[in-house]
Design a protein. Sequence first.
Length: 425
Amino acid sequence: MKKSVVILGTQWGDEGKGKIVDLLTERADAVVRFQGGHNAGHTLIINDEKTVLHLIPSGILREGVKCYIGNGVVIEPTALIKEIKNLEASGVDVQSRLYISKSAPVIMPYHITLDQLREAKKGKKAIGTTGRGIGPSYEDKVARRGIRIGDLLHADLLKEKLTHVLEYHNFVIKNYHGAEPLSFDEVYQNALQQADFIRDMCIDVTGELHHHLNQGDKLLMEGAQGSLLDIDHGTYPFVTSSNTTSGSASTGSGLGVTDIDYVLGITKAYTTRVGGGPFPTELFDEDGAELAKRGVEFGATTGRPRRCGWLDLVALKRAVQVNGITGLCVTKLDVLDTFKSIKLCTSYGDHSFPGAAHEWESVQPVYQSFPGWQSSTRGMTEIKDLPAQAKSIIDFIESFTGAPVHMISTGPDRNENIMLADPMS
Ligand code: IMP
């Protein structure tokens, strides 16, 4: 019996984690977010109804499941409160089941301002961030000047901290970027109101998670973004500002590494990326357009069209290693249904795995071609029904990466899956 299962993306995010988390939460007692912030967008389709979650764990749509936002998540209170209110307006009980770590860093308005000003200044070299203040908030955390959720709850303490930190950031906003500084009173008053709204949900999340483990409960750790956006192991500097890989499930929640029993890596049957940065298998031809159209590849958070390309097994193998992946889940297999020929990238030529931006730029992907099946796999739930050509691609993914494929997703709905081994049991 598993105690805790980590679910994370092995590519550049948008692998379909939300749907898988939602599916597996049926047997979880609690779902935990441990890194990232509201840059994430987890789309869930249940009975044809679409819900996009940014900060609140995807378990919230399952009645009775407790949801935790761990210390590793950067929290933008306006976005959080809006998400809570939206869910409650559609009848989901949130406030009695959502718990927020007092140690989590807050995304303050000046972080958002700085994120957007910096991106604008970079022009063509912009990272293509979500513009939500994620990077600047993590920077303040590491610089040890960040405001934590626990600070928000104490008006006097907040006043003192905010005075110093806003003075610092306003200096940069005004003198480096030539932009309008933020008003202390506005930021402070707004933060106090937000603190009142979330106060009762703020707890010692780490303590509560260990309490769950001690009573034999099952935890589901929900990753955001993907391994190639990891601040250390991704396509730096075109990455997000947190560790998106499995170690973060421990540091971002307070679980011990030995409390984690299973790591499920989600990969699309092809690859997508939003924002700038290297993407060795990116397609600019009809195949790329077909993937975008059939996969409905638009960012869940920003609505930006996603760049599309073939599955990159070199990167996937690295993700399997870095995350210690127990099993893979291949999503959107049905998107490949119409292709006559399907390619998988099996080498970067004589390139070793890139460690710097200029190395990524010179990668020349080498492909192996596989015949397509050109029939519908949509909604299949049994491996025996898969066309032989699809099965051989799954077999190849397993032998190349060394990780078994435990799940295959064949459509957006909760029930459109082939379960080969249940990560929860
Ligand atoms: P940031 O996380 O907003 O700083 O953005 C940094 C990079 O990560 C950009 O390329 C974003 O497009 C990308 N990114 C951040 N969150 C997600 C996500 O949830 N899915 C896909 N890409 C993301």
